[in-house]
Design a protein around this ligand. Structure first.
Ligand code: CMC
Length: 431
C-alpha cells in the first residue's frame, strides 16, 4: 500500500485528530480511523458499512459508477468471453492467470476431489425430504469439518490449500445431491471425464435408468454463470465469511456461514425471488401495476433483481447475463418464453421511469440468471445453491487472503448504545 504522509483532519470540539490517508491501487482513498477511539474517544457510525472499508484486498475491484468489475485486474466481460470457470478460480485464488501446465495441474487437483466422503450421504438423509437445498447445503458444508479433519488447521498453509481445493471441488456435488435429495432421486456420483460445469449438470439431471448426455451449449452457459458469480469483493456473504474466519473458525464453518448469509432475498436469494416475481407478473400488461407497487413507500414490495449497493450505473454481470439468456433460449428454441418477454419489458419500462432513474436502479446479475437456469431445467429452489457453489471460490480466496494478512484482527464492531442506562433490579412483586 503506497501510503504517503497525507492526513485528513477531524475536529471534535477543541481536539484536532489527524487521520492518515491510505492510498489504494485504484479507487477512492481510505481514511485510517483505527486510532480514532484511542485519540478522540468517539466511534464512527455506519450501519451497512456504506462508507467503511473493513480490509485491504487484491482480489476483486468494482467501480460502481463506471459499471466495472475486475477479477485480479481483468474485466469480467473479457473473462466471460475468453476464459472459463476453473481458470477464473485459479486467477482468484493465486492472483495470476495460470500457464497451461499450472492449469492442467489445478484442474486435475479439483477433479480428483469431487467425491464426498461416503458417510456424508447419511447426513443428507437426516434432512426432511422436502428441505430447501440451501438449508441442506448450509448444514452439509458446516459438517465437512467433521469429515475432513486433516484440513481444518488454519495455521497450516498446506491444510488451508487442501481445504480450498476440497470446497471448490465438492460444492457442485453437495449442491447436486441437495437437489437430488429434494426430488427423491438417487445421488449421482461425479464423473472425472466431464468438465466442472458438465459434471454438475450430470449430477443434477442424470438418473441411473437412462443415459444422460451433457449439452455443450448448456454446459458453456452454466460455466459462464459460475464465472459471473465467482467473486464480488466485500459483499454481505463474503464479509460474513471473513468475520467468521477472523475468530479462527475452520474454513468449512466459515463457508457455511457465507452460504447462510447468501440465502437472503436481498443477496443471493434474489435470483429465486426474481423469477418468482416475473412469474407472478405473468404477462406484460400487468407490469405497470408492479412498477407502481415498487414505487409505493407504503408497500414493502421491491423489484427483485433491481438495484445494487455498489453499482449505480449498470451491473456489468447483468449485461453478459442478458446476452447469455438470449443465446441459450435461442439455441434451445424457446425464444418465445413469456418470462423472458416480461423481464425485457419490465427492464425497458423501469429504465425509463423517473423513480428508477433518479435512484440509479438498474437490473443486477440476478435479473436474467433465473431465466437461463429455468430454461436449463432447474427449479427456482436451485438458483441460490448455484450462486453459492459459484461464489465458493471467491469466499475461499478472500478467507485465505484474510488469514495471511498481518493487519487483520478479530472482527468486532462497536455500537451506539441507545438502551436504558444503569438501573437497579426490581423485585417481581413490585413490577
Ligand atoms: N425496487 C424498488 N425500489 C428500490 C429497489 C428495488 N429493487 N432497490 C432499492 N430501491 C429504493 C429503496 O427503496 C430506496 O429508496 P429511498 O431512498 O426512497 O428510501 C433507494 O432505492 C435506495 O435503496 P437502498 O435499499 O437504500 O439501497 P441498498 O444499497 O441498501 O440496497 C439492494 C441494495 C440490492 C439490497 C436493494 O436494491 C434491493 O433490495 N434490491 C432487490 C433485491 C436484489 O435484487 N438483490 C440482489 C443484489 S445483486 C446480487 C447479490 O448481491 O447477491
Amino acid at each position: 500500500m503506497a501510503n504517503g504522509s497525507e492526513t485528513a483532519k477531524l475536529t471534535i470540539g477543541d481536539k484536532v485528530i489527524d487521520l492518515p490517508v491510505m492510498k489504494p491501487s485504484v479507487g477512492p482513498d481510505v481514511l485510517d480511523i483505527r486510532k480514532l477511539y484511542a485519540q478522540g474517544d468517539v466511534f464512527t457510525y455506519d450501519p451497512g458499512f456504506t462508507s467503511t472499508a473493513a480490509c485491504s484486498s487484491t482480489i476483486t475491484y468494482i467501480d460502481g459508477d463506471a459499471g466495472e468489475l475486475l477479477y485480479r485486474g481483468y474485466p469480467i466481460e473479457e473473462l466471460a468471453e475468453k476464459s472459463h470457470f476453473l481458470e477464473c478460480c485459479y486467477l482468484l485464488l493465486y492472483g495470476e492467470l495460470p500457464s497451461a501446465a499450472d492449469l492442467e495441474d489445478f484442474e486435475s487437483r479439483v477433479t480428483r476431489h469431487t467425491m464426498l466422503h461416503e458417510q456424508m450421504q447419511y447426513f443428507f438423509r437426516g434432512f426432511r425430504r422436502d428441505s430447501h437445498p440451501m438449508a441442506v447445503m448450509t448444514g452439509v458444508v458446516g459438517a465437512m469439518s467433521a469429515f475432513y479433519h486433516d484440513s481444518t488447521d488454519i495455521n497450516d498453509p498446506w491444510q488451508r490449500e487442501v481445504a480450498a481445493i476440497r470446497m471448490i471441488a465438492k460444492m457442485p456435488t453437495i449442491a447436486a445431491w441437495a437437489y437430488k435429495y429434494s426430488i427423491g432421486q438417487p445421488f449421482v456420483y461425479p464423473k472425472n471425464s466431464l468438465d466442472y460445469s458438465g459434471n454438475f449438470l450430470n449430477m443434477c439431471f442424470a438418473v441411473p435408468a437412462e443415459e444422460y448426455v451433457v449439452d455443450p451449449i448448456l454446459s458453456r452457459a452454466m460455466d459462464r454463470i459460475m464465472m459471473l458469480h465467482a467473486d464480488h469483493e466485500q459483499n454481505a456473504s463474503t464479509s460474513t465469511v471473513r468475520l467468521a474466519g477472523s475468530s479462527g473458525a475452520n474454513p468449512f464453518a466459515c463457508i457455511a456461514a457465507g452460504i447462510a448469509c447468501l440465502w437472503g432475498p436481498a443477496h443471493g436469494g434474489a435470483n429465486q425471488a426474481c423469477l418468482e416475481m416475473l412469474r407472478e407478473i405473468g404477462t406484460v400488461d400487468r407490469i405497470p401495476e408492479f412498477i407502481a407497487r415498487a414505487k409505493d413507500k407504503n408497500d414493502p414490495f421491491k423489484l427483485m433483481g433491481f438495484g445494487h449497493r455498489v453499482y449505480k450505473n449498470f451491473d456489468p454481470r447483468a449485461t453478459v447475463m442478458k446476452q447469455s439468456a438470449d443465446e441459450v433460449l435461442g439455441l434451445l428454441g424457446i425464444e418465445d418464453n413469456e418470462t423472458l418477454k416480461v423481464a425485457k419489458e419490465l427492464e425497458r419500462i423501469a429504465l425509463e421511469d423517473e423513480y428508477f432513474i433518479s435512484k440509479k436502479l438498474y437490473p443486477n446479475v440476478d435479473f436474467y440468471s433465473g431465466i437461463i437456469l429455468e430454461a436449463m431445467g432447474f427449479p427456482t429452489s436451485m438458483f441460490t445453491p448455484i450462486f453459492a457453489l459459484s461464489r465458493t471460490v471467491g469466499w475461499i480466496s478472500q478467507w485465505k487472503e484474510m488469514i495471511s494478512d498481518p493487519e487483520q484482527k478479530i472482527g468486532r464492531p462497536r455500537q451506539r448504545y441507545t438502551g436504558a442506562p444503569r438501573r437497579s433490579y426490581i423485585e417481581i412483586e413490585t413490577r
